[in-house]
Write a protein that binds this ligand. Structure first.
Ligand code: AMP
Ligand code: MG
Length: 308
């Protein structure tokens, strides 16, 4: 199906991807259409082995090689200068391309069997909470995808970390499941593009993303419960088992009973979807410290909480 220009949704360790042949512009157009994704938002190209890198990238600096050695396969996406063979639609007209090697046997088998790099954004309608199960994909995209490969729930649950190595200095474009600390341990200091930065040059880094239909508000601190108005039906997205709730919440979703960030990341999107399905007036989300995986979790929560 990939070779015929079709769309195949597949599991990765981060979230489910909506894949197409990365070298076929017609197939890429179908991905944008199925997701209703704006064409200024470029796709990540997924590779099964290092020999595929040179088919899409013109040069691999030493820092990129060291990061690939350390973290591929895994949730690290690198921005590098692109080969002309990569269609402009895939990179939104940029001279660079985003590449990663997913750490999932089904994703790797799909890419190997198709014998082509696979461009894949998350397999959900643009802007909504990312899919971490095959059911999430079916719920969101239904008939718009030719095939869904079901690999069960994703083991990591938040998207890859995106690092640009195309500029003068390495720059973190999106925090993700590979921690900034781990990257810095390999290549030293990394600049950070922040959402509030007016010079944000990352297409698709819209402040509002990963968003539920229900409004989300982030609590000022762990355990700082809001004073609720009488008739509001509110849900709580708790980082760990909450102590005294006084039954004021309609529903509580606990991301990790022990407060483990990996477990929290794995459950984040599914919990947000379950809360969103209840038609609540509001979802309150507990914050976590912005260290390690907490940086990516807070990034997703903030963007989900940004009003439309
Ligand atoms: P996703 O939506 O998780 O598939 O991730 C795709 C994101 O990767 C885009 O929204 C961009 O933020 C980023 N991206 C992809 N290609 C590039 C590129 N060439 N330069 C900068 N950022 C990119
Ligand atoms: Mg996405």
């Amino acid at each position: 199906m990939i070779r015929a220009g079709g769309l195949v949704a597949f599991p990765t360790e981060t979230v489910y991807g909506l894949g197409c042949d990365a070298l076929n512009p017609g197939a890429a157009a179908k991905v944008f259409e199925a997701k209703q994704r704006p064409t200024f938002d470029p796709l990540i190209v997924h590779l099964a082995d290092r020999s595929m890198v040179e088919t899409v990238v013109t040069s691999v600096p030493l820092s990129a090689q060291r990061l690939m050695d350390a973290f591929w396969p895994g949730p690290l996406t690198l921005i590098l200068p692109k080969q002309p063979a990569v269609p402009d639609l895939v990179t939104a007209g940029l001279p660079t391309v985003a590449v990663r090697m997913p750490d999932h046997p089904i994703a790797q088998a799909l890419i190997r069997t198709a014998q082509t790099p696979i461009a894949a954004p998350s397999a959900n309608p643009f802007g909504y909470v990312s899919p971490t199960t095959a059911e999430h994909v079916r719920d969101g995209l239904g008939e718009r995808v030719d095939l869904i490969l079901d690999g069960g729930p994703c083991s990591v649950g938040v998207e890859s970390t995106i690092l640009s190595l195309a500029g003068a200095r390495p720059e973190l474009l999106r925090p993700g499941s590979l921690t900034l600390e781990a990257i810095q341990a390999v290549i030293g200091s990394v600049d950070r593009a922040t959402l509030s930065d007016e010079t944000v040059h990352v297409p698709g880094q819209s402040p509002r993303h990963y968003a539920t239909r229900t409004p989300v508000a982030i609590l000022p601190a762990l355990g700082a419960w809001p004073v609720l108005r009488g008739r509001e039906r509110v849900g709580l997205l708790a980082m760990s088992e909450p102590r005294d709730l006084a039954g004021q919440f309609h529903t509580v979703e606990v991301l990790s009973s022990s407060g483990d960030l990996r477990e929290a990341a794995r459950h984040l999107f599914a919990a947000l979807r379950r809360l969103d399905e209840l038609g609540l007036d509001r979802i309150y989300a507990e914050p976590c410290a912005e260290q390690g995986l907490g940086l990516a979790i807070m990034d997703r929560l903030r963007r989900c909480a940004t009003p439309a």
